[in-house]
Design a protein around this ligand. Sequence first.
Ligand SMILES: [Fe+2]
Length: 503
Amino acid sequence: MFSRFSLLVLCATFACVAALPDQVHIAITGNPGERVVSWVTAYTADTIVQYGSSASALTQEAKGDETTYRTSTTLLARTLHLHDVLLSGLQLNSRYYYRVGDSVSGWSEVFYFDTKIDVPNTPVDIIIYGDMGVSNSNQTRDLLVDEIQAGFSSLIIHTGDFAYNMQDADGVVGDTFMNLIQPIAARVPYMVCVGNHENDGRNFSQYQARFNGISRYTATTKTNLYYSFNVNYVHFVAFSTEMYYNTNQTIAEQYAWLEADLAQAVANRDKQPWIVLFGHRPIYCSNVDDMPDCSSDARTLREGPYSIDNLLAKYNVDIFYSAHEHSYELTWPVSKGQWQEFPNPNVYVNPIYTVNIIAGAAGCPEDLSYFDSVFYGPWSNYRSASYGYGHFMAHNATHLHWTQNIAEGAEGTNDLWIIKGNATEVAEHAHNFGFPPSPAPVDECDEYCFATCSSVAHRQGKSVEETHTSCGASCNCDTRVSAGKGHEIGKKVRVERSRILRH
Ligand SMILES: [Fe+2]
């Protein structure tokens, strides 16, 4: 057993968890007037939050309990002591100051959070992004801190891929990441879903442990791998796309739960008119740099036996947020290869399909994902291979506004209004547009050629446009179709149906 002194020395030597509480972060439970406060210590300690209406009057106290987590299966593994406390009965639209720890082991600095977002029937402004690492994320984190200092206080959703990778260096990378986001996550509830970089070979154990507060107090499922919560006008549903790529029986349980949760959400639509699903990997995307992200991997999620596209369509989900691609893409409303286009690309009025938003550009050690300038999904409305993150604003039951910073705002924004309602309600907004019927799906052979050409272009470091003429000829689609093999070939290698758009 290590003494506290020896642990201090070890932490100083190996830069692990500090002696005092660190990695402080908060979450919401979905119930107004509640917050979960979580932190980590290097050794066992009492689990106490002292809080109050000013930094000098932390007059209230709440206790939780401690669980432990071994950072690896090796003999040199560290034990992290995870602390979670549920604060309940908080005044709405108030600011609370707090610190965590205990009088023996020591206290954290004093943080504060706001409960403005808890007030019913008020607009909610939520920041959403994915794929944020320890390195190459300074710019985004600085902007987030600036926003918080300017008054942003409601909620952040990080759609998977943390730290790169939390399990590395025996979890020290995870410690570093959680401390880097502490100035953000100790002030604003930090809600999450799991990504491929959390696959530590131990059932995403680092992710599950470090966001254990969500499993304990937010998720009725008792797991942070898939869960849901309400925020004012919005029902948010988090799920794991990673189950689709790791043999795991849990996928059936998750899918059954998703069905039940979304069915209940539809029944509750008078209270939460907006239904938003978020997971890590996209089901529609146009990037051409990292095959098979936007081809077979996307198709697995979209068309496999546990089809997410089917759920989005069946329950009229308004938006599916994902990441994984280190870029930004906005689709037209799309479902099962059919899509709608609107005269104003920034205003969707009563969309009948789900809008897909891929926002994985918060910054990480890997390269930005790029797009081809000519070939992209016909259901794709806007693409940007630049860093940034977005704001989701549910103004009310009929008006939702999304804004993505392009190149962290240096190149402006891409924004989208989604407007739902009867003619009168829609007319109340300045933008009032109809929409034409969906274009017809394109030929399957074209899709096969596109997949082939994208691959060739990527290997040669050229654009698809540069390689398409010769490559398209070599695809020899007509011959393959006449030989009766077109469908078979398409099944094996084609990218998503309706992918090609030529200008
Ligand atoms: Fe990813």
